[in-house]
Ligand binder design. Structure first.
Ligand SMILES: *[C@@H]1O[C@H](CO)[C@@H](O)[C@H](O)[C@H]1NC(C)=O
Ligand SMILES: *[C@@H]1O[C@H](CO)[C@@H](O)[C@H](O)[C@H]1NC(C)=O
Ligand SMILES: *[C@@H]1O[C@H](CO)[C@@H](O)[C@H](O)[C@H]1NC(C)=O
Ligand SMILES: *[C@@H]1O[C@H](CO)[C@@H](O)[C@H](O)[C@H]1NC(C)=O
Ligand SMILES: *[C@@H]1O[C@H](CO)[C@@H](O)[C@H](O)[C@H]1NC(C)=O
Ligand SMILES: *[C@@H]1O[C@H](CO)[C@@H](O)[C@H](O)[C@H]1NC(C)=O
Ligand SMILES: *[C@@H]1O[C@H](CO)[C@@H](O)[C@H](O)[C@H]1NC(C)=O
Ligand SMILES: *[C@@H]1O[C@H](CO)[C@@H](O)[C@H](O)[C@H]1NC(C)=O
Ligand SMILES: [Cu+2]
Length: 716
């Protein structure tokens, strides 16, 4: 009965299951020129068809071995396993699309998800640069509040439309409607996702693309000419670490919690699966995953991917012989950095976080949660196969006990249009084209390099250059004199739960409305609240509302480092730091030093840390002449990003101009870290310089207290 009730809110019309992934299409404005979208957010089951009136649900299963789609008997009195053939293996792809229509496959199992207009990921929203956009969010969930953030827009002058719960708005409660109205103020590949606790990991996410005016061919090649792109694909990648029904992971025999990932045997009965990448640091947030997703398709059994990938329904992208296709890769993962390869093809990176970069050709791309890379794939004129496979990998390489550990894999298909060649089950899992003579380039490793025996080399993300050249010469200069309003900060992003020894905890109401009484809705961070230099990472006395105040129009330089107990080999994580409200220039990334076998030997010495507890708080440059932005070896033509790697044992220097007044948020984009406290808020400008939200803006979350029985009440 519960299933039937949730399906009643499904909005018909969205096409979820499709044999071939469709290129993106620009939306049409309404008669007032406004780009308006309704996003009905409700619960819905994956692998389930909507059977018309009376809310009947058709629970579907797919058998890889036979290629048959089955449907369970919807008679409530019949056995759950009473199934009938829905589609035989030999039906046409058009017929599959017609019958499966509104089905959301995800990893091929049945999960209750948060969906947007009956779909997850939600449909990709494509608008022109400068468009006025209206997102009408209708929260029709059963019990959860939500908010919605468009990741990649700066929301200039409109901080209160940015969607961070309890900082920029109150949660959208069950049953209510909430309208976001803003300008699409940054071109490129972005995404929208929930921003209240874990909502984005439960399905509340989708694509968002802002196109330059008159853009038909989005990106230049190295010699400046713009290519004709036959296909422009938006590809949201996800690790699939969804909560598993309690009865599956609660072991009745011994009362322990077990994760059941439903795939690689070795992970089946682990409570927690911490793993390491080559440098010895932790990777993946210890959450075992059930499948990688490309768009809305993946598969929960890695064995099937390894033995019979041609029978698994995977995301399939068409490409024309001799043509060029744009792939807008977005990592929407909860935990994993995803390394993506395309058999026998290379990727030419042309944009990062939506901003064009000088084209850079690599063999594989490692993408952190929150990051976006637009790449051009150049098709072969004489393909040897009909289908080449995208291979997705985690960066897991060592077990917790430092033993070799094989990474997790996922697949997608690149299919040559009009090819009559057969499709086989061979996948080049080991990247045989990478040899010691011609090493493969992997972009954006979280460490300096792979160990020598592996035939891979790393391209650091700070090597990307802005395609437009230096567009703000003042901000990227080396050294600032005393007459420049320049603010310099050092911040340790250590542990998986702290910044600078504090654990971020969000306020209970909006700080903007509590300028004079912030302490009534939040806990102040100050040295007296806990002993930052010795407190254990599990000591919750250090949780507080950690925030900065930047002067309006200052140049802000932040050196975010990742060192100490919680940021060195064996203990740390590399973090993808995301700033809201501004892009920033990536001035420099400093890696630690490594042994020949690739593990970290010494934390970066530019910021020496030698306190005995290894908390490494309040570090400064070892060389005092580097103060005020006078740092050697900064990038001369840096890239302009909104999410960037902070490597374990090293640091990243970013700069931005604090010219977008408001209350903003910055956080590690790994969900567990964001939730755990690797985050800070910041205010740009004095309170009086911050644009006020509309007078009727709903801001009465926070505290409520009744002082008298007749209702003389205060709300704070
Ligand atoms: C369904 O499961 C029951 C109990 O395990 C079994 O007896 C029955 O044969 C199954 N039916 C089908 C159609 O597989
Ligand atoms: C596939 O190629 C044919 C011509 O051979 C063309 O008409 C068609 O548009 C192509 N399909 C796609 C999806 O590009
Ligand atoms: C690296 O390439 C060499 C050939 O140049 C090959 O013998 C070796 O097996 C490769 N290493 C790995 C780990 O694949
Ligand atoms: C300080 O630097 C700025 C450029 O950032 C320059 O315009 C100005 O002339 C300099 N002032 C002095 C006193 O050197
Ligand atoms: C890497 O090399 C260092 C130094 O020789 C050694 O202490 C460490 O155990 C090695 N780690 C691994 C995973 O082999
Ligand atoms: C820590 O390092 C600094 C700079 O290298 C040095 O001046 C200081 O004496 C060291 N402190 C300790 C306790 O070793
Ligand atoms: C400090 O840095 C400056 C500029 O990079 C350099 O010229 C100088 O040699 C450094 N000093 C020391 C002691 O390393
Ligand atoms: C409500 O109760 C308080 C305290 O008992 C009293 O002072 C006040 O006059 C009452 N107000 C109204 C509107 O009745
Ligand atoms: Cu993190």
């Amino acid at each position: 009965m519960r299933l039937l009730a949730v399906l009643s809110l499904f909005v018909a019309g969205a096409v979820c299951w499709q044999h071939y992934e469709r290129p993106i299409e620009i939306a049409k404005p309404n008669e007032d020129g406004i780009y308006e979208f309704e996003l009905v957010v409700s619960h819905r089951m994956t692998m389930t068809r909507h059977l018309g009136p009376f809310h009947k649900a058709g629970v579907v299963d797919y058998e890889v071995e036979t290629g048959v789609w089955m449907q369970r008997d919807s008679n409530q009195l019949s056995d759950c396993n009473d199934t009938a053939v829905l589609l035989d293996s030999d039906v046409s792809s058009d017929e599959k699309e017609r019958v499966l229509g509104d089905l959301v496959q995800l990893d091929g199992l049945h999960h209750r998800m948060i969906m947007i207009n009956g779909n997850t990921p939600g449909n990709t929203i494509v608008v022109p640069l400068g468009a006025e956009v209206v997102l009408k969010v209708k929260n029709r969930l059963n019990t959860e509040s939500i908010t919605l953030h468009v990741h990649g827009l700066d929301k200039r002058g409109l901080w209160w439309t940015d969607g961070v719960s309890h900082i920029q708005q109150c949660p959208i409660v069950v049953g209510s409607d909430y309208t976001y109205r803003f300008i699409a103020d940054a071109p490129g590949t972005h995404w929208y996702h929930g921003h209240l606790n874990t909502d984005r990991g439960e399905g509340l996410l989708g694509g968002f693309v802002v196109k330059n005016p008159g853009e038909t061919v989005p990106h230049p090649t190295r010699n400046g000419e713009r290519l004709t792109l036959a296909h422009d694909y938006y590809v949201l990648l996800q690790d699939w670490a969804i909560p598993i029904p309690a009865e599956q992971h609660y072991n009745l025999a011994d009362g322990t919690m077990k994760w059941v990932s439903g795939m690689d045997g070795e992970r089946r009965y682990q409570c927690w699966a911490p793993t390491r990448t080559w440098d010895g640091s932790n990777v993946g947030g210890s959450v075992p995953i059930s499948g990688f997703l490309m768009g809305s398709k993946g598969w929960h059994r890695a064995d099937d991917l390894r033995t019979q990938p041609s029978k698994v329904p995977l995301a399939t992208y068409l490409i024309n012989k001799d043509g060029h296709a744009l792939f807008r890769f977005v990592n929407g993962a909860v935990a994993q950095q995803i390394v993506i390869w395309l058999e026998d093809h290379q990727f030419t990176i042309v944009a990062a976080d939506g901003v064009e970069v000088r084209p850079r050709t690599v063999d594989a791309l490692s993408i952190f949660s929150g990051e976006r890379y637009d790449v051009i794939v150049t098709a072969k004129s004489n393909p040897k196969r009909r289908v080449y496979r995208f291979i997705l990998e985690t960066l897991e390489s060592l077990s917790w006990a430092w033993e070799p550990y094989s990474h997790f894999v996922g697949l997608g298909n690149l299919e040559y249009n009009d090819s009559s060649l057969p499709i086989d089950d061979n996948v080049d899992w080991t990247h045989t084209a990478c040899t010691s003579e011609t090493k493969c380039k992997v972009f954006n490793c979280p460490f300096g390099n792979y160990k020598a025996e592996l035939n891979f080399t790393c391209v650091s993300p700070d090597e990307l250059e802005n395609a437009a050249g230096v567009t703000d010469a003042e901000i990227v200069q080396s050294g600032f004199n005393e007459s420049v309003s320049f603010e310099e900060y050092f911040l340790n992003m250590h542990f998986d739960s702290h910044v600078d020894g504090y654990m971020f905890s969000k306020p209970r109401g909006m700080p903007y409305y509590h300028d004079s009484n912030l302490d009534t809705i939040s806990k102040k961070c100050h040295p007296g609240i806990c002993e930052r230099s010795t407190a254990s990472k599990y000591d919750h006395s250090c949780d507080c509302f950690f925030h900065y105040k930047f002067k309006l129009n200052s140049i802000v330089q932040m050196t975010i480092y990742n060192m100490g107990d919680g940021g060195k080999a064996g203990t740390g994580y590399s973090h993808p730091l995301h700033l809201h409200g501004t892009h920033f220039w990536v001035m420099k990334i400093g890696f630690p030093e490594y042994f020949d076998n690739g593990t970290i030997s010494t934390m970066n010495v530019d910021l020496p840390c030698n306190d005995t507890t290894l908390r490494c708080l309040d570090l400064e440059w070892s060389n005092s002449t580097w103060k005020r932005g006078n740092i050697p070896d900064m990038r001369e033509n840096p890239s302009y990003r909104d999410t960037i790697l902070i490597p374990t044992g090293g640091y990243t220097v970013i700069r931005f101009r604090a010219d977008n007044p408001g209350w903003w948020f910055a956080h590690c984009h790994l969900m567990l870290h964001h939730m755990g406290g690797v985050a800070f808020a910041y205010r740009i400008g004095e309170h009086s310089e911050i644009p006020p939200p509309p007078v009727n803006f709903p801001h009465d979350c926070g505290n409520f207290d009744v002082l008298t029985i007749n209702g003389t009440a205060i709300s704070m």
